[in-house]
Design a protein around this ligand. Sequence first.
Ligand code: ADP
Ligand code: MG
Length: 455
Amino acid sequence: MTLATDTRQSWSQFLEYVKKHCSATAYGNWLSPIKLTEATEDTVTLEVPNIFVKEYLLSNYKKDLCAFFPVDKMGEPSIKFVIAPPVPQKASAPKQPTPDSITPQPTHVPRDYVVDLNPNYIFDNFIEGPSNQFVKSAAWGIAQHPGQSYSPLFIFGGVGLGKTHVLHSVGHHVRKHHPKLKVQCITTEQFINDLVDSLRNKSVDKMKRYYRNEIDVLLIDDIQFLENRLNFEEEISNTIEALINQKKQIIITSDKPPSQLKLSERLTARMEWGLVAHMGVPELETRVAILQYKAQMKGLDIPQNIAFYIAEHIYNNVRQLEGAINKLSAHSRLLNLEITENMVERALREMFQAPHQERISVEQILKSVASVFDVRINDLKGTTRTKEIALPRQVAMYLACKLINESLQMLGASFGKTHSTLLHARKSIEQKIQKDDHLRRRVDMVERNIAASAA
Ligand code: ADP
Ligand code: MG
C-alpha cells in the first residue's frame, strides 16, 4: 500500500474541515466510517461502508473534496470508492435450505399476521435533518431496491424519533412500486402473540412456512421486546436467518444497538450483519422544520420566531413536538387567540422541559442568575440579606432544585445552606412567579441562558 503523505494529510485536513461544518451526529454517521486505504499523488481510495456514504459525501462535499484532493480531467475529485467487506459473522449460520429446495406452498395470507401500515408514515411526510438523514437514505435505498443492498437494516434510537415512521414508509413504497413483492410489517409483541396463538392451535408450522417462504420484505418493529423471551428468540432468529439466506429484505427497529440488547450472540450477530444505523435526536433547525411542517398540515400559522421558541424548549423527541402542535392548535381555535410567545408559553408551559438536566451545575446557575439580575456571584454565595441579593439568591436555589437532579441536602451544601432553606426558597419563588410576570420572565431568561451554555 503506497501512501503519499501529502494526500494523506489532505484527508485529515478535510476531515478536520468537515468536522467544523457539520453536526457531531452527521460526522459520526457519515464521515467517521470512511477509511482512506490508498493515496497517491493523483488519486485516493476511500473505503466506505456502503453506497449511501459515498453519495452523501459527493452530494454534500464535492466542492470541498476538489479543494483538498487532486481532480481528474473532468474537474471531478479523483477518488476511487470501494465498499468495505461485510463484518465477519460471529456465529456460524446453520445451513438453510436454498429457495429451490423448498416445496412451494400455496399462497394464502393469514390475515391475522398482517399489520396495517400507518397511512401518514410515508417518506413524503418525513422531514430530514442531519440526525436522521443516514437512516432515511438507507431506508430509501432499500425501498427502491429491496433485498439488493443491506439485509437486515437495523435502525436504533430513542422513543418518538421516527423509527416506525421510516419503517412503514419503506412498506408503503415497496407496496406501491414493487406490487409483486409481499411486504409484512409486524411488531415484535405481535409476532410473539401470533406464535403463542399458533402454538395453541397447533398451526405453528403454517406460521413458520408463511414467514419463511412467502414474505419478500419483513419489517420488524421494536425488537427490544424480545429481550428475556428466550422461547421466542430462537423462532425469530430462524425466521430472520431463513429470509436473509434467501436474499429477502429485513428491516428491524430497536431502542438500543444490537450489542446492547440482551439477546443471544447468534441473533446479535445476525442483526449486525447488514447495516446498523442510528436515528439521532433532531437538531434545533430540524425541530423547527418539523414543527412548521406539522403546523402547516393542521392549517396553523406559526411565525418563525415562535417555532424556534418552542423547538428550543421541546427537544427530546418528535412525538412531543406533535403534541405541542396539537395543543396549540386546540388552544388557538378554542380561545381564538393569535399565536404569540406569551400565548405559547401559557399553553405549553408544562410541556416545556427543564433544559439538559444532567449537565447543569450550581456554578452555571449562579453565573447566569448573577448576570441576569446584575449582582455578583460572591454576593449570591454570601449571607447579605438585602432584598437585591436575597431574591436572586432564592431564584438560584429554586433553579437548582428544578434543574439539578440531586438531593436537597446535596444542593443545600453547595449553597452553604440547609435543605429547609432551599425548600423555602423554592416555594417562595414558585409562588412569586405565579403572580409576578416580570420576575417569571427573568427566571425564564436565566433558564434559557443556562440551556444555551449547557448545549
Ligand atoms: P419511534 O418509532 O422512533 O418511537 P415514531 O416513528 O412513532 O417514533 O414517530 C413519532 C411521531 O413523530 C410520529 O407521528 C412520526 O410521524 C413523527 N416523526 C418522527 N420523526 C419525524 C420526522 N423527521 N418528520 C416528520 N415526522 C416525524
Ligand atoms: Mg416505534
